[in-house]
Design a protein around this ligand. Structure first.
Ligand SMILES: [Zn+2]
Ligand SMILES: [Zn+2]
Length: 260
């Protein structure tokens, strides 16, 4: 039987989401989801935001309580946005708590949020390269994570194409190679996918597999219940064309492959 694992969901424990954990779980139950990772934002010093830090002990307790109400396996996760100045502190916080799943993401560096017009103005033609260099810095220097979130983040916000991204072949290879070397996964992030707006992630996955990568996770990056497992089956069909039939499941501190 096919399984559905959504390893990237934001509830109201994230400052930019109003989704109740309960509502998310009920929706996921209706969608026959087997596992759901709540991955709330931990973005120390996110530029122009006071902070995006949740009350972690309360959050973990909340998920523990909800686990008793459902058969869906709930992973107590976090999405950590790494900058050069917060890396150490982020690492420390993550080590202090018993998270089941950690996404390492790049939303900003110490100067600008990469999604902003300010970033475009500041870096101009060097924006995508700067972003990728920062991702490389993160995967090389940060260890406490399981999967790399939305490598195609700038395709979502800055109108770049997958060919633009893949044109930085050496950087992309270094990022993917580091993930593989560290036994980390890469995420297919389906946020905003539609038939007309499908960020083709295939070239990245193709390269990842060619370099020996095994672990690929799915994340909807949902901030509302209707987005949970959004566009997963369509995306799987497209990914299957590459010969990738198995996706990564994380359990008890280890990866396994599942045909889901
Ligand atoms: Zn993110
Ligand atoms: Zn997210």
């Amino acid at each position: 039987m096919n399984k559905t694992l959504d390893y990237h969901v934001h509830s109201k424990w994230s400052l930019d989401s109003v989704l109740n954990v309960d509502e998310a779980i009920r929706f996921a139950e209706n969608m026959w989801v087997n596992e759901i990772a709540f991955t709330e934002h931990l973005d120390f010093g996110f530029p122009e935001k006071e902070s995006a830090i949740i009350n972690i002990p309360e959050y973990i307790d909340d998920l523990k309580i909800h686990q008793t109400t459902t058969n869906i396996k709930i992973l107590k996760g976090i999405e950590v946005g790494i900058t050069e100045s917060n890396l150490r502190e982020s690492q420390r916080i993550i080590s202090n708590f018993d998270f089941d799943f950690v996404i390492a993401s790049v939303h900003a560096n110490d100067i600008v949020p990469f999604c902003s017009t300010k970033a475009k103005l500041y870096y101009g033609d060097r924006l995508l390269e700067t972003y990728l260099k920062h991702v490389l810095y993160v995967v090389k220097n940060f260890d406490n994570f399981n999967t790399l979130g939305h490598l195609d983040y700038l395709l979502r916000y800055q109108n770049f194409s997958i060919s633009d991204l893949m044109s930085f072949k050496t950087l992309v290879d270094e990022i993917l190679g580091t993930l593989i070397y560290k036994n980390k996964a890469i995420e297919i992030n389906t946020k905003g996918y539609t038939e007309d707006n499908f960020r083709d992630f295939k070239p990245v996955l193709e390269r990842f597999c060619l370099l020996g990568g095994k672990w690929i996770t799915f994340g909807s990056d949902a901030h509302k219940s209707a987005s949970i497992v959004h566009y997963f089956s369509e995306t799987k069909t497209i990914i299957n064309e590459l010969g990738i039939l198995d996706f990564a499941k994380y359990s008890d501190d280890r990866w396994s492959l599942l045909n889901y």
